[in-house]
Ligand binder design. Structure first.
Ligand SMILES: NC(=O)c1ccc[n+]([C@@H]2O[C@H](COP(=O)([O-])OP(=O)(O)OC[C@H]3O[C@@H](n4cnc5c(N)ncnc54)[C@H](OP(=O)(O)O)[C@@H]3O)[C@@H](O)[C@H]2O)c1
Length: 264
């Protein structure tokens, strides 16, 4: 097995949990978990049978890889507090520059898994795109070795491309999921069950596996059914925030089919 046998996880959230479990399953050892919250560090350490700490001053300094997987705004701050480490230091963020790790090690890089993770849902890493970047070719090869032991889909992506990928992922995943929540609220308002939408949600996601999203688009705005859209706007009276979203998105979909001012 290539490189990295003793790994320290910095962070105990969604990604640290799923990535930690997957890395451990490759036969490597997670030697320590750090989290700002001791309970979170302890819970993940129990799963991984590793040591834990909530004190950055007590980080195990013998690791050969440190994975900083904390909130984006905290990556730089946490990395700055690590001091110079001998092992390689990487982070998992889609949008944070690689250079924030420069003061933590002479060897640093990025391992960005392009997927949505939750602590409570086991992740299948086998086809998750892993976007890798490192500060030297030697480090890049080591990081690729780790990524390839987890997934068959490893790509070299620089920091600028990674930011764009993350932005696209916010639209494709985070905003889509927000829409599921909006749909759930609207259904609940009339005592209807979200389960009724699950097959539709599944088919929407499956269609774009084979078709371009523009070709797959359906619905009143796509058809130009103005009367139905007016009715929908009226039904959304008690949800002004969803009404705004409905109007903006319907306008955009209308523009795509060449009709401006579809909501007027
Ligand atoms: N979730 C995803 O789907 C996903 C996918 C790809 C990449 N990523 C990236 O992976 C990284 C971690 O994301 P996540 O979803 O795992 O986050 P998360 O579940 O919200 O966990 C965030 C972790 O950061 C810690 N943290 C937050 N603020 C901190 C601070 N100021 N100082 C020290 N620690 C702090 C939290 O500690 P506490 O428990 O004490 O709050 C927690 O351990 C991010 O860079 C994110 O962009 C996430």
């Amino acid at each position: 097995m290539s490189g990295f046998q003793n790994i320290v996880l910095i962070g105990a959230g969604n990604v640290a949990t799923q990535l930690g479990i997957a890395i451990q399953n490759t036969g490597r050892k997670i030697v320590q978990v750090y989290s700002r919250t001791e309970e979170a560090a302890m819970k993940l350490a129990e799963k991984l049978n590793s040591a834990y700490t909530s004190d950055l001053g007590k980080i195990n300094r013998d690791g050969d890889l440190y994975i900083v997987s904390v909130a984006d705004d905290a990556v730089g701050k946490v990395a700055a507090k690590l001091g110079m480490l001998n092992g390689m230091v990487i982070h998992t963020s889609g949008s944070v520059a690689m250079e924030v790790l420069r003061e933590s090690s002479a060897n640093y890089g990025i391992l960005y898994p392009l997927q949505t993770f939750s602590k409570s849902r086991k992740a299948d890493f086998s086809n998750i795109p892993f976007c890798v970047e490192a500060n030297s070719n030697e480090n890049l090869q080591k990081l690729k070795g780790l990524a390839e032991s987890l997934s068959g889909n490893v790509v070299e992506i620089d920091s600028d491309q990674r930011k764009i990928l993350h932005l696209a992922a916010v639209f494709a995943c985070n905003f889509t999921n927000y829409m599921y929540g909006a749909a759930d609220d609207i259904l609940k308002g009339s005592n209807l069950d979200f389960d009724l939408l699950r097959p539709l949600i599944m088919e929407t996601a499956m269609k774009v596996q084979q078709m371009n999203p523009e070709v797959a688009q359906t619905g009143p705005a796509m058809r130009g059914d103005k009367r139905i859209m007016k009715e929908h706007i009226e039904l959304l009276e008690k949800y002004p925030e969803y009404r705004k979203i409905y109007e903006i998105l319907s306008e955009r979909i209308g523009e795509r089919r060449g009709e401006e001012g579809i909501m007027v």
